[in-house]
Design a protein around this ligand. Sequence first.
Ligand code: GLC
Length: 739
Amino acid sequence: MIKIIKTIAVVLLLGSLNLSAQVKVPVYLDDTKSIQERVEDALSRMTVEEKVGMVHAQSKFSSAGVPRLGIPEIWMSDGPHGVRPEVLWDEWSQAGWTNDSCFAFPALTCLAATWNKDISLLYGKSVGEEARFRNKTVLLGPGVNIYRTPLNGRNFEYMGEDPYLSSKMVVPYIKGVQSNGVATCVKHFALNNQEVDRDKVNVNVDDRALYEIYLPAFKAAVQEGGTWAIMGSYNLYKNEQCCHNQYLLNDILRKEWGFEGVVISDWGGAHNTLQSISNGLDMEYGTWAPGMAWGKTNNYDNYFLAKPYLAMIKSGEIGTKELDEKVRRILRLEFLTNMNKNRPFGAMVSEDHVLAGRKIAEEGIVLLQNKNNVLPIDLSKTKRIAVIGENAIKMMTVGGGSSSLKAKYEVSPLDGLKKRAGAQTEIIYARGYVGDASSEADGYSTGQDLKETRSADELIAEACNVAKNADYVIFVGGLNKSEHQDSEGADRLGLGLPYSQDKLISELAKVNKNLVVVSISGNAVAMPWVNEVPAIIQGWFLGSEAGNAIAAVLVGDVNPSGKLPFTFPVKLEDNGAIALGEYPGSNGQVTYNEGIFVGYRWNEKQKIKPLFSFGYGLSYTTFEYGKVTSDKKEIADSDKITFTVSIKNTGAREGSEIVQLYISDLKSSLPRPVKELKGFEKVSLKAGEEKAVSITIDKAALSYFDPDKHSWVAEPGDFEASIGSSSSDIKGKVAFKLK
Ligand code: GLC
């Protein structure tokens, strides 16, 4: 009996111990507690060495957690269009893993060209799933730097020239990525609008242009998107590195916008310990620290926020107030990501990602010209199509800098067309020109052998010979991801197409009237042959599904609905930054003399007709706009006003139209653009279908930034709403007043 009682007593004791063991979960590991409580508890358990260990990198793309407390390391990866292949611990070179081939999504100019917020959510969710599956804490993207000149090598990674479009398109992307428990890191904050001298140029810009043009997309990313991280940019502002910049990081990002996330330096963007401590930098990455050499291991202790910082603390020269602030934000990031038990598990190159990637590509392609309805091509009546141009075969997911990918696959335009045409139509290819025969980046090779020995004239002759006997000629050219093209680290050297493509296009136009030019690029290009070529398509860097999407549009499986997120100038001098200077600046200074007059804002101020305007894009069907009306004739402070217009599909097939709302302040005490984009709606209509489209705005849409008051001001008076299918094709206007 006693034995039984003893046993029961032991069991009860163990049970109570066990119970008490459960109750003993430390607060920071207890997800019934608030993140705030968990942060404070974790912080209180950390040594100063552990705290310093979290604020700087330990490898090329990771920083320390707290092993002793079970707080995971933080792993980052590029990039905005897909998850970068693993690199070596200390170097940019590929690590040679065999499990890190990703799905390559279209570049963000293509996403912007969809003008479709739902597509942006789909994009973010999908690329976030790939980052999650690869166990990344932070995805280093999206980039939202404004398209100031057509020469910026990285425009392809961003969302165009208009702050409103970029602001609306970046928010769903962020929410999509972060729904996977992966942080976005919106970049590059701020004023990184050129690659020339990017790490040393100090940008001089007036407050109106800063607040009205260059900051809005970042502000939306913080206040509407809730991004958990922001990346400082390489350049300087007010002569301080943007990665540790009192004005941008403390005054604007944190004080004015209430940002609670982490600020991560661009790789090598930190240059100073004291400023990194006090000017808002939380995580120092990629520093070319003293003594750093290619592949030198464990130089991370020499980072500005590593040993030097610890030494200052140990010597009493500085306290741990700033350090604790940094670590609080990093711990918050941990609880939102790595230590969030409820986050999903992601996926890589899933069927859903393939479908998403193709849909984004198809919706972003822009039909710029289609004289005599050359397009779409009716394959049932087409015996032979000639495909000409290096970009019909060249892989575009490799190269371009940090956004370069190791894609599981990439369908080239030629392959996409061949697959779509099947046996019924013969597809013949000719190179036409040689652009960049190289095929590797960071030690990763595309496996393509693009070497060519024939001369340019021989290539043109062959192309014309192939073209003259075909029913259609599809020229696929444009730019590529090589240096001085669409690539990080250098800017383009001119607006024109490289590799003598203009000459080839004119020759092709002479031998076949059914010529279609597909320009693959992330930037505007000059088109001297625009009147010789019946059909022109702006095909972006479209990722893994590129060829399938281009083929689908060319043969009419898909009705193109994309619209340009930036202006195509006729010539370089038509661009404000180029006309007024400075670009790219000199002696480490660049001044944005054009101020707020960027893109169509400049063209309309100067009455310069663009080649193709902001917001422009055609369809295989036609749309008719009815009268524009508004629900009010005047609004007071807190009112909203709604503009309505009926849209009818007057063509023979379904199509989508992007209805754009621009606002003009007819009389203002400060200079303002002729009009500014303040709303858009994408509407799908069956043949013959008619719908009413409404767009509502409030006083914010009427405001400008008053630098003296340092606040947004909407001046009472007369305004005008313009509804259009592009910035230069206004269908109707309505006058209204702000009381
Ligand atoms: C690069 C880029 C940045 C990228 C980072 C890591 O230099 O500027 O966009 O995320 O370094 O590759």
